[in-house]
Write a protein that binds this ligand. Structure first.
Ligand SMILES: Cc1cc2nc3c(=O)[nH]c(=O)nc-3n(C[C@H](O)[C@H](O)[C@H](O)COP(=O)(O)O)c2cc1C
Length: 199
């Protein structure tokens, strides 16, 4: 999802960029190997929602990376039940690590059923929503970068993402218990939420 968002963004930005635009993708666990972004870099920072939060390994990985004030788009994937405080949390960690987050999106995914199995199958992204988010985000980036004279550059208004910092108590659960909790949630949470984003 993160990769697709980056490719979409690059396609839009290429239309107005005299420079060659490259897309580089890193697993969050290897992101410390990436060069520190500069002001010409746009970062897409994505991770899944686990129990309304962002996963602990992703938080740990975030401690080893630095954003260098690069314009950043946050992205969480969730199964359409509830993304809880994950987006808020991602924004807080991104701010702490020097990323300038100008957009935050929660993208619903669904599972394509596998014939003959009651269990979930392949992930299906909400590609339409992702493309709309990428398009709107690229328009914002173009607005912000529209002027070469530093003093006249448009300053982004602070991005507002509602929520609070969750406590990661659930991480004490074993993966097996988490999987059971997940399947119970799947059964009881019938109402699905849509993808949404804030810019
Ligand atoms: C342990 C666990 C907890 C999850 N908790 C939530 C949740 O609270 N809300 C939600 O909408 N989706 C939840 N999901 C679904 C994931 O967000 C979804 O599967 C994920 O975005 C796709 O990434 P994955 O490849 O890690 O599954 C959970 C999945 C797992 C495995």
């Amino acid at each position: 999802m993160t990769e697709m968002m980056a490719e979409e963004l690059a396609d839009y930005l290429r239309e107005c960029s005299p420079e060659k635009l490259d897309v580089e993708c890193y697993d969050i666990a290897d992101a410390h190997l990436a060069p520190t972004p500069d002001e010409e870099t746009v970062v897409v920072l994505g991770m899944p929602v686990y129990v309304g939060k962002i996963p602990l390994p992703a938080i740990k990985a975030m401690r080893d990376i630095y954003g260098g004030s690069a314009l950043t788009l946050g992205l969480v994937s969730y199964s359409g039940r509830n993304y809880g405080n994950a987006l808020y949390e991602l924004k807080q960690f991104a701010d702490e690590r020097g990323f300038k987050m100008i957009g935050a999106g929660a993208m619903a995914i669904s599972y394509r059923a596998v014939r003959g199995s009651a269990r979930s199958g392949a992930l299906v992204m909400d590609s339409d929503a992702l493309r709309r988010y990428a398009k709107a985000a690229s328009a914002k980036i173009m607005r912000l970068g529209g002027c070469d004279i530093e003093g006249l550059k448009v300053k982004p208004a602070p991005l507002e993402v509602k929520g609070r910092m969750p406590r990661h108590k659930i991480s004490r659960l074993s993966p097996k218990a988490a999987a059971i909790a997940q399947s119970v949630l799947d059964v009881i949470a019938l109402r699905r939420q849509e993808s949404e984003w804030f810019l």
